[in-house]
Design a protein around this ligand. Structure first.
Ligand code: FNR
Length: 369
């Protein structure tokens, strides 16, 4: 198929449009699908459009500094590459392509438990003092989980993100319809021999995840590792308060890219619920709050930071960029976000990340919808 030149991708949505035409059908179905009617996936994107800016004028914005820290690591721009399984479905080299892009732009990569490359290959790809985190699916066999966690710590991983929104994988019908039959990968820590491949890629690789995981397991994780522990997939303020109580270092307000519970709220909507309550109780510095889902523009990142997020995770856009164009695609996607970020921080009158405060937004109109 004729391939549009990389230069005609002007924003993150453009990579998706190209990827859709050049990717294998099964790979496209796995990456692009979401649960049930995909209402939450669409909401993740459109929720940002209900929030409006209140820009400041006559602020000196000649120099823009969009750097910040995440779990103590200094990054160039407040996003990280979130964990997405099965990188080799889209690109024969898999997740290491994302490692290279993350290095070039000085952002953090979260390695998925279900990566196509082996965990060690992805660690080996790091350059200099590059930082990676690990996304963890908790195995029913805790000895396996303990090995994964302690190996990750020994390999210098700087944060453990336990996925808590997937006791069972959601039904992604687009994915199921393509009858997944080849991972093209070497997924670890799973028992791939006995899986039912007629239910799509997601079902085929997830049978080991423990649905009995609960709050009482958190102290056990704290006893086996010194890495910061964060919960990925929290969706209500009560659970953020519980995470603080249990001594977690952070949470990701996320609905798994709309791939789990359909009609769950978007991360940005949950953030608007969470932050005022944390501030009211003086807890806002007790824990780092991240969000992911539907972030496609720098304005989305800026809105999350204004509300109080430490940073945001971005998933599909980098997968699509990597699938369509390899490393140059990932590089361009990240550069586009950086360019948008400089421009939009200028336009709202915020020269640094510290200037991104709640008064820069009008969310009243969002709340009344
Ligand atoms: C994911 N996500 C995910 N999350 C997780 O905790 N473990 C995983 O293995 C995966 N795998 C995965 C595969 C694919 C193809 C996608 C698209 C997503 C969810 C991911 O970390 C993140 O929550 C969302 O992708 C964020 O939404 P956007 O940026 O894709 O809209």
């Amino acid at each position: 198929k004729a391939m549009p030149k990389l230069e005609v991708c002007y924003n993150l949505m453009d990579f998706e449009a190209v990827a859709r035409h050049v990717m294998k059908k099964t790979a496209w179905a796995y990456y692009s699908s979401a649960a049930d009617d995909e209402i939450t996936m669409r909401e993740n994107h459109s929720a940002f459009h209900k929030i409006w800016f209140r820009p400041k004028v006559l602020v000196d914005v000649e120099n823009i500094d969009m750097s910040t820290t995440m779990l103590g690591t200094k990054v160039d721009i407040p996003f990280y590459v979130t964990a997405t399984a099965l990188g080799k479905l889209g690109n024969p080299e898999g997740e290491v392509v994302l490692t290279r892009g993350a290095h070039k732009h000085n952002v953090i990569q979260m390695i998925p438990t279900l990566a196509s490359c082996s965990f060690d290959e992805i660690c080996d790809e790091r350059k200099g003092d590059q930082v990676q985190w690990l996304q963890l699916y908790v195995n029913k066999d805790r000895e396996i989980t303990k090995k994964i966690v302690q190996h990750a710590e020994a390999r210098g991983i700087k944060g453990l993100f336990i996925t808590v929104d997937a006791p069972q994988l959601g039904r992604r019908e687009k994915d199921m319809r393509t009858k997944f039959d080849d991972t093209g990968s070497n997924v670890q820590n799973t028992n791939n021999d006995n899986v039912d491949r007629s239910q799509g890629a997601a079902r085929a690789i997830s049978s080991f995840i423990d649905p009995a995981l609960s709050w009482k397991d958190i102290p056990w994780f704290q006893s086996i590792t010194k890495m910061p522990i964060l919960l990925k997939g929290v969706q209500r303020v009560e659970d953020v308060l519980k995470a603080i109580e249990y001594g977690c270092d952070g949470v990701v307000l996320s609905n798994h890219g709309g791939r789990q519970l359909d009609t769950a709220r978007s991360g940005i909507e949950i953030l608007a619920e969470v932050m005022p309550i944390l501030r009211e109780r003086g807890l806002q510095d007790k824990i780092e709050i991240y969000i992911d889902g539907g972030i496609r523009r720098a304005t989305d990142i800026i809105k999350a930071l204004c509300l109080g997020a430490k940073g945001v995770g971005i998933g599909r856009p980098f997968l699509f960029a990597m699938s369509a164009y390899g490393l140059p695609g990932v590089d361009r996607a990240m550069q586009l976000l950086k360019d948008e970020m400089v421009m939009n921080m200028r336009l709202i009158g915020a020269p640094t990340v510290a200037d991104l405060t709640p008064d820069m937004l009008d969310i009243g109109s969002a709340r009344s919808h």
